[in-house]
Design a protein around this ligand. Sequence first.
Ligand SMILES: Cc1ncc(COP(=O)(O)O)c(C=O)c1O
Length: 424
Amino acid sequence: MNINDIRQQFPVLDQQAYGKPLVYFDNAATTQKPLCVIDRERDYYLHENCNIHRGVHYLSQKATEAYEHARQTVADFIHAKESREIVFTRGTTESLNLLATSFEHLFFSKTHNSQLLTDSQLSTLNSQLTTPKVLITAMEHHSNLVPWQQMIQRHHGQLLVVPMDDKGVLDLEQYEKLLKEEPKVVSIAHISNVLGTINPIKQMIAMAHQYGIPVVIDGAQSMAHHPIDVQDLDCDFFVFSGHKMYAPMGIGGLYGKAEWLEKLPPYQFGGEMVDTVSFEKTTFNVLPFKFEAGTPNVGAALGLESAIQFLQGFDRMEVEAHENQLLQSAIQQLSAIEGIRFIGQAEQRSGLVSFIIDGVHPYDLGTIIDKMGVAVRTGHHCAEPVMTRFGIPGTVRASFAMYNTMEEVEVFVKAVQRAAMMLR
Ligand SMILES: Cc1ncc(COP(=O)(O)O)c(C=O)c1O
């Protein structure tokens, strides 16, 4: 793996910020895009742009074929059984909102059920209506918390939360206890965007299945860094964002086992997701189109396919090892700074490091190192309950990608040291 060659694919990295070479360590927020992804999207608009699925003409068929090919590529990448198990969405947030809304219709909402389900489905389900409970963990991004919470609150239900220890490791004994409270869904981050913890999702999925509870995995932070096999994990749903895995913004996905996607009612309504429509009644399209209302972001989906092909061009283990080396080196060098406290110290962790320094506000530190050319993220990282858990206002977070180098880690650590000295 030649990092210089890789960096050639990312022209955006080759620039100065405030007169200093840019060090981009904000990859957990979004990764940069390689030329092949940018070219693929441009190419689509140059040669293939057309609305899909609806036209009989040449260009529409070409665009439709390309879009469906991209769906197959995503399915193969995460080892889904069938491409109809992949729904394109705008990203993780939209996928999770889709799931929260559809689960609400399926399990908790009498009124909505009546519009979306057959009479016999309705009477069976209404007889099973219970206090809605959804189980998440203490380290979730707001995207995997607020949609469930809002849905639950509409039905006076309960959000169950698996606690974690001071290192940022989930308490599996508590998890088991909470499973016994019979939540209807479990939704867990694969990797925490604040702590870097890699959760033992395979084990957690198996545990939930013993109680017959379906599991959603938030893969926003894992797709770019770890090979995913949804069949091996046996998760019921897996959601992700393209822009965090070298693909364009505005595209992402939802994997769902076909039997679950068949059961869930649609999320948004409009063109393409319907089968027949009259003023009295609408019937819905087959999978995955039932969940794709309106004109999709075709260009971005093709960009996503290209990003996947880009990733497939590498030995994924080698990429993972490289990102891990960057992480270990950053942790080791940062440890020398007086008053540093790492937030998230799990043994199983991915390529990001979060920290605070005594007497230094994370925001001030981030602002000063930015002037030294170093881009990191500061704040609560859309995970306020994690900040509350650790009793802090926010952290400084550096997150790595395959194009980052050891030299950049050194520049970053020196910048942090200087900023800390200035601020104390
Ligand atoms: C763990 C996790 N879940 C969900 C999201 C939301 O992703 P998006 O904003 O792409 O929808 C993020 C984004 O940072 C994340 O890190």
